[in-house]
Ligand binder design. Structure first.
Ligand code: SF4
Ligand code: SF4
Length: 237
């Protein structure tokens, strides 16, 4: 088996300095790495906390449950085969409830190939972006398994696999100056099929170019993330 080579952070920084000619100290490279580190730390903390509390609760519940099943079987009240069959249907129900509460991993469902999907909408974004300010690129939405496997589009490590955003809620792939998508060829499926014309959160009247005056406030409110992440759609700039 091939031995995997370790790649320490110090070496990565040195390489970055050599490639960019910029010293890491107080440079843009250093700041970008620090932002990245904070994001990784946040993601790991989330994972560790969730794993710890889940494991201890799970062990407690499993102990009660196995004890109960043993007693019930000994008393002839339940048959193990019958219990196994019921377990299948109940677990489906529980899983649905779990996902509905926003716990666990978020992925697009049903999965479709984004490269062959039909229904892309042609909108004159270049004539409207001064009004909408690319609102479509500020919505939360889950990536697909295809996106995650491809590894081009970034997801938020705190909320797998929701599109990664900056603090102003704009997608990390939006080029603000040009107002264009930095991963256009690989953009997720919702970015290809979203039709903002019908979205009252953005346009009060699309034909009349009348923007919703409450649009900006939607991205300032702290509950923004929860209120938009379920929408499952975004724009096509
Ligand atoms: S698709 Fe996005 S950028 Fe284009 S007009 Fe609609 S909201 Fe604006
Ligand atoms: S179109 Fe591009 S910039 Fe906009 S949300 Fe999709 S991936 Fe991000």
């Amino acid at each position: 088996m091939e031995k995997r080579r370790m790649f320490p952070v110090g070496e990565a920084l040195k390489n970055a300095e050599e490639e960019t000619g910029v010293e890491q100290g107080d440079s843009a490279v250093g700041k970008a790495l620090e932002v990245l580190r904070q994001e990784v730390v946040g993601g790991l903390l989330y994972t560790h906390n969730r794993a710890n509390s889940n494991t201890s609760r799970l062990l407690e519940v499993a102990s009660f449950l196995y004890g109960l099943i043993e007693i019930l079987e000994e008393k002839g009240i339940v048959a193990i085969e019958e219990l196994d069959a019921r377990k299948e249907t109940v677990s489906e129900r529980v899983e649905k409830r779990f996902l509905h509460k926003g716990m666990g991993v978020n992925l697009q469902e049903p999965e479709q190939d984004k490269y062959t999907v039909q229904g892309a909408v042609g909108i004159d974004c270049e004539n409207r972006v001064h009004l909408c300010k690319a609102a479509c690129c500020r919505f939360w939405f889950p990536l697909s398994k295809q996106d995650v496997d491809e590894g081009v589009v970034h997801w938020d490590m705190r909320f797998p696999y929701i599109i990664s955003q900056d603090t102003d809620h704009y997608c990390k792939h939006l080029n603000h100056g040009a107002c264009s998508c930095g991963v256009y060829e690989h953009r997720p499926l919702p970015c290809r099929t979203f039709d903002c014309r019908k979205d009252k959160r953005i346009w009060l009247d699309f034909e009349g170019a009348q923007i919703n005056p409450d649009l900006e406030a939607m991205f300032i409110q702290p509950q923004h993330n929860d209120s938009t992440r379920q929408s499952g759609d975004v724009g096509n700039s």
